[in-house]
Ligand binder design. Structure first.
Ligand code: TXA
Ligand code: MG
Length: 323
């Protein structure tokens, strides 16, 4: 094991082809997506996928998402696709959406945590798509952070999270700049008569209902998803949620503060970001929390955004970060 895994920036197609070759040889490749950075391995190689779990320190029964370059590859991985899932795929892929579908014969238990379903995603990031195309195989990839921690949205954040667990000979971190969306994909279970949201994201309930003409099923799901654990997405600093109606509190000097730019910074607090709208809030959220840890702040006070759209995903992540 080596403490200095290599970050590769401004990759030429040739360089990217040799990264794809490393992946096929069993290496791990951290790569950018529009949501967050993923830690990828060849989804047909159980030994390579096992290394993802080691590096993340993640329990072995948690399933990982298979990333594909092209919608035509989906049928290799899934047994059947309900009509409404086809509508979602056509509308939102490539994009920040993961579909949970019945798995095909070839999908190993080491991908699904023993479940009969598989998570599939086609990310909307040009470097990711080029890399996935060159890899030619499905790429199993959870977010590139240690288990329970916040997802990385830059190559540097990947390095800080897991760099010391990677092997500089075999593994690579691809640098594609900051992730555009900033929170993980919407996970939609497509196993019943209607779509069910397991994890909110930038593809919202309204968008799903309008693309499928169906009402989202709001009953609780039986499938396991680590992103739905009560405590997850946590920085080291303690996160306290403030009420958006009445956000200003007398705070202890030296704590971090995160809110839309319309909220003034409380006296003595350290402002971590000043997003102008909810999309920008999502984009800067994880790096702001991470910045609190870089500054060794004991606590971060956060005013979550109100309303619908991506604000739902931000509130979901902040609730878990503060649990
Ligand atoms: O935006 C994203 O989805 C990022 C990027 C890298 O694509 N990936 C990501 O992966 O967030 P991860 O493993 O950190 O979160 C994926 C979630 C986990 O909670 C996992 O349990 C759930 O998806 N999941 C994966 N396959 C599943 C399946 N077959 N059934 C239920 N949940 C599944
Ligand atoms: Mg994750």
């Amino acid at each position: 094991m080596c403490a200095h895994s290599s970050i590769l920036s401004n990759c030429s197609t040739d360089a990217l082809a040799s990264v794809a070759e490393k992946l096929r040889a069993g290496g791990l490749v951290a790569f950018p997506t529009e949501t967050v950075y993923g830690l990828g391995a060849d989804a047909t190689n159980p030994t390579a996928v096992a290394r993802i779990y080691e590096v993340k320190g993640r329990p072995h029964d948690h399933p990982v998402i298979v990333h594909l370059a092209d919608i035509n590859q989906v049928t290799e991985w899934v047994a059947e696709i309900p009509e409404y899932a086809i509508a979602l795929a056509r509308e939102f892929w490539p994009g920040p959406m993961t579909l949970i579908l019945p798995r095909s014969e070839r999908v190993g238990d080491f991908i699904t945590g023993g479940q009969k379903s598989v998570g599939i995603r086609i990310p909307n990031n040009s470097l990711a798509l080029e890399f996935l195309k060159l890899a030619g195989v499905g790429v199993a990839a959870p977010s590139a952070n240690r288990f329970g921690a916040i997802s990385p949205t830059t190559a540097l954040a990947v390095q800080e999270e897991i760099g010391s667990y990677l092997d500089s000979e075999r593994d690579v971190i691809l640098d594609g700049g900051s992730s555009d969306v900033g929170v993980e994909s919407t996970i939609i279970e497509c196993l019943g008569n209607a779509p069910k949201i397991l994890r909110p994201g930038a593809i919202t309930q309204e968008m799903i209902e309008s693309a499928t003409g169906l009402t989202v099923d709001e009953s609780t799901s039986m499938v396991r998803a680590s992103g739905t654990l009560e405590q997850h997405y946590s920085p080291r600093a303690k996160v306290f949620l403030l009420d958006s109606e009445n956000p200003v509190v007398a705070c202890i000097a030296g704590v971090g503060f995160l809110a839309l730019d319309t909220f003034p910074t409380p006296d003595g607090a350290i402002r971590l970001a000043q997003p102008r709208n909810n999309e920008e809030y999502a984009r800067v959220l994880y790096d702001a929390l991470r910045e609190g840890d870089r500054k060794n702040l004991p606590a971060i006070y956060v005013v979550p955004p109100s309303g619908t759209g991506v604000a739902v995903a931000i509130r979901d992540r902040l609730k878990r970060a503060s649990a």
